[in-house]
Design a protein around this ligand. Structure first.
Ligand code: 5GP
Ligand code: ZN
Length: 114
């Protein structure tokens, strides 16, 4: 989609530190990391928010969690613990309106999140 930052990174038009890609999903380092490991796992399909995901997208979203597990292992945070988070809507802190999953690890996390 034009004018979408993450579509631009996925398509290689905008620079991104990509750590994983397959036919359905791309993962790259967050430009402003909130933890020692902070990776964004992004479906290639432009879906604006989690609320816009349909039943047809459920398999894709399941695949994202498989990628999260794999990246957690690869980045050494599987055993220490990690968090996968989605901000849905501006009120929850979403700032880029292309569905993405934050993979965070490498430090202790409090609950509930702020
Ligand atoms: P949100 O606030 O929508 O849940 O998460 C958006 C994330 O994208 C933020 O953590 C922010 O740091 C990250 N971000 C914003 N612009 C860029 C960029 O140009 N490149 C990368 N890699 N991450 C970005
Ligand atoms: Zn997009």
């Amino acid at each position: 989609m034009d004018d979408c930052l993450f579509c631009g990174i996925i398509e290689g038009k905008i620079k991104g530190d990509i750590v994983y890609r397959n036919d359905n999903v791309v993962a790259f380092k967050d430009v402003s990391p909130k933890a020692p490991v902070h990776i964004l796992i992004v479906p290639r399909k432009h879906i604006a928010t989690l609320l816009d995901a349909t039943v047809e997208d459920h398999k894709l979203i399941g695949e994202v969690f498989g990628v999260a597990n794999r990246l957690a292992e690869e980045h050494g945070i599987a055993k220490s613990g990690f968090r996968v988070a989605v901000n849905c809507g501006a009120g929850a802190g979403q700032s880029v309106f292309h569905l993405h999953f934050h993979l965070l690890g490498g430090r202790a996390f409090s609950w509930p999140p702020g």
